[in-house]
Design a protein around this ligand. Structure first.
Ligand code: URA
Length: 236
């Protein structure tokens, strides 16, 4: 059972807030009965009519985008910056799963399937998020161990994670470090490195679970295959 406004939004008709308005305005009919109060739940088998039109479930779409720098990971932006959704050619109401900063590049998934998004984001599923960071400084073995054991950001300890020095450039005092995390706190990777005194100059997400950037140049995207979608659903 699902709340009517959530069901309408997930069918792709409109946002959840708009669905609430339509319900309050008495524009939604469920099995012949006008519903004008919030709180009604549906199974999905009901005949739902909105503004005189039968509600049909939108087909689900799944995309993998290689996000370029200077694009916002959001559906819309009040500062009129370009969003990841604008890079995808679709008329479906898709949204990004999770967030990458404006200046972070790499793997971002987009969909209109709320359940798929929940599975990917759920902490119990321990999905790898692999980042490559260029750091302002050369990381030491001690700092790597601190990160591996979980540094504290905003008073909360991060989970243990995998950290690997991939390349160091002592001449320019920079290095490239791979870090694999399962959490998704705000600016997590940048703040983890800051916690050991290092600034991130560049950040790229190379992989999320089974999804890599293989074959995708910056700004390019592809649809997920049914098999890839099934792999994520199998984690439920
Ligand atoms: N961690 C960050 O700090 N930034 C990102 O964009 C993603 C993870």
């Amino acid at each position: 059972m699902e709340r009517l406004q959530k069901f309408i939004a997930e069918a792709g008709y409109c946002s959840r807030r708009k669905a609430e308005e339509l319900i309050k305005q008495g524009k939604v009919i469920v099995n012949g009965k006008v519903i004008n109060e919030l709180g009604v739940k549906v199974t999905g088998k009901e005949k739902i009519i909105i503004n005189g039109i039968l509600l049909k479930k939108e087909t689900k779409e799944y995309y993998l985008l290689n996000k370029p720098r200077g694009i916002i990971t959001s559906v819309s932006d009040d500062k009129n910056r370009k969003t990841v959704v604008e890079l995808i050619n679709t008329n479906k109401r898709i949204y990004p799963i999770g967030r990458l900063d404006y200046d972070t590049t790499g793997v971002i998934l987009l969909t209109n399937d709320g359940e798929f998004a929940n599975i990917l984001m759920h902490p119990n599923n321990n999905i790898d998020k692999v980042y490559l960071a260029k750091l302002d400084g050369v990381i030491t073995g001690k700092e790597i161990n601190q990160l591996k054991n979980g540094v504290v950001i905003d008073g909360v300890k991060c989970e243990k994670c995998r950290v690997k020095l991939r390349k160091k450039d002592t001449k320019n005092n920079t290095c490239m470090v791979e870090i694999v995390i399962h959490e998704g706190r705000n600016h997590q990777v940048k703040r983890m490195f800051q916690a050991v005194g290092l600034n991130v100059l560049k950040l790229k997400r190379e992989r999320v679970g089974i999804f890599t950037l293989d074959g995708l140049k910056s700004g390019e995207y592809r649809k997920l295959t049914p098999k890839e979608v099934a792999v994520i659903y199998s984690l439920r």
